[in-house]
Design a protein around this ligand. Sequence first.
Ligand code: AMP
Length: 215
Amino acid sequence: MKNIIFIAPPAAGKGTQSDLLVKKYNYVHISTGDLLRSEVASGSKLGLELTDIMKSGSLVSDEIVTELLKKRLDQDDARKGFILDGYPRNVNQAKVLDELASSLGITLDVAIYLDMDEELAMHRALGRMTCPKCGRGYNRYESAMKPIKDDICDDCGVPLDHRNDDNEETFKIRFNTYLESTKPLLKYYEDKGILKTIDNSGTPKDTFENIESVI
Ligand code: AMP
C-alpha cells in the first residue's frame, strides 16, 4: 500500500478523504491537527500552550509537531500504510520528514495535492462540523455532507461540534499561512517526482474517485 501525504488548503476535506481511505483500504490516518487537539483536550501543560496558537490560526512550532508525529510514526500500525494529514506544513517539516522516514525505514510514496480555490475552501470551513462521539465529519452547506437532522450526528444522535478555528477571520489567516508556507511544498514534491494533483472542486465522492486513480 502506498504511503500518502496530503497537501491542501484548510478545510479542503483531508479528514473526509482520509476517513474514506481508512474505511475502504484500511489505511492508518495520522493527522497532526488531531494529535494537537488531543493534547489540548488532555489539559496538559503543553496543551494549554497550544490552545491560543491553534485558535489564532497560526502554525505550532515545528519542534512540537515533529515530536508528536515522531511518536505516532514509531507505532507498529504505521508500517501498514498511512495517510499523513496536516504534515508537512512547510519545507522545513518536509526535510525533517524525509530524515524521519529514512531513519524509520518508511517510504513516502505519493504527495496528493487537493486543488481548489479560496472561496470554496472558506465556504467549506464555515459549514463543517464533526461528531464529538464518533468523529464523523459533516457540512451544513453541502448537500452531500449534510446531517439528516440539522446539526445532529446521523449515527450517534448527539449535537455536532463546530471547530473554534473555523470562522472567517481565522480561516483567512490559515489560508495565508497555507499560501506562504505550505504551497511551496508542491514544488518540493514535484521535484521528487511524487506529486499528484487532484481536482477537489466536486463532491467528496468525486474527489475520492480521483484519489483512487493515483494510489
Ligand atoms: P488541521 O486540523 O490540520 O487544520 O490543523 C489545525 C491547527 O493545528 C493548525 O491551524 C495549526 O495551528 C496546527 N497544526 C496542525 N498541523 C501542523 C503542522 N504540521 N505544523 C504546525 N502546526 C500544525
